[in-house]
Design a protein around this ligand. Structure first.
Ligand SMILES: Nc1ncnc2c1ncn2[C@@H]1O[C@H](COP(=O)(O)OP(=O)(O)OP(=O)(O)O)[C@@H](O)[C@H]1O
Ligand SMILES: [Mg+2]
Length: 171
């Protein structure tokens, strides 16, 4: 397993220069790009100022790659993740996932796309405390109209895949 394709870019052209590094693990097989980032730019207007959080970034992520984004505080990591996940629209450029350019989708279509194809594990977890771990895992399927039986079965499969034991989180 090799760490490869380190990319480095500069952000924050107005305030100060910061850099973000992106690493992808190369599994040694030729794979197709599953996420394509082209000339991505994100500018936040703050009063009369404009914060350039991402400045013309382009790179691909291939199917099956495990990627890390490294950078100092304020260098644009969260902004980039928000763009990749379709939580925010770019100022310029595009994010294409599979064959879908998510940057041009309406909010409704984007919400449906996220529900179907995007998974998040937040730093603060954002679990619903009144639900069990199994119910938390199964919940996204509820919004897809999957039956209780099927979503619990799927959630159990996923928990088993990561060797998760429900009792562990009760103690
Ligand atoms: N909603 C926003 N409105 C205005 N400026 C923003 C907004 N979100 C991010 N920024 C600015 O964009 C830049 C990049 O912020 P971002 O949160 O992406 O950095 P980060 O690398 O995730 O930092 P950290 O390591 O502290 O989480 C920062 O200058 C930040 O202040
Ligand atoms: Mg952040």
């Amino acid at each position: 397993m090799n760490f490869c394709r380190p990319l480095l870019w500069e952000t924050q052209e107005i305030c100060y220069n910061k850099s973000v590094e992106f690493f992808a693990v190369d599994w040694g097989e030729a794979m197709a790009a599953i996420i394509k980032i082209e000339n991505l730019r994100k500018v936040y207007p703050v009063g009369k100022e404009r914060i350039v959080a991402l400045n013309n970034i382009s790179f691909d992520i291939e199917e099956g790659e495990i990627c890390c984004i490294l950078g100092t505080s304020g260098s644009g990591k969260s902004t980039l993740l928000n763009q990749l996940a379709g939580l925010e629209k770019p100022t310029k450029g595009s994010v294409t996932i599979g064959k879908t350019n998510i940057s041009v989708l309406s909010e409704t279509r984007l919400a449906k796309f996220r529900q179907k194809y995007i998974g998040f594990v937040f730093q603060s977890y954002n679990l619903l405390p009144a639900y069990t771990a199994l119910e938390n895992v199964a919940m996204p399927l509820m919004f897809r109209g999957v039956s209780k039986k099927k979503r619990e079965q799927k959630a159990k499969e996923l928990q088993a895949a990561i060797h998760f034991c429900e009792e562990k989180c009760i103690t």
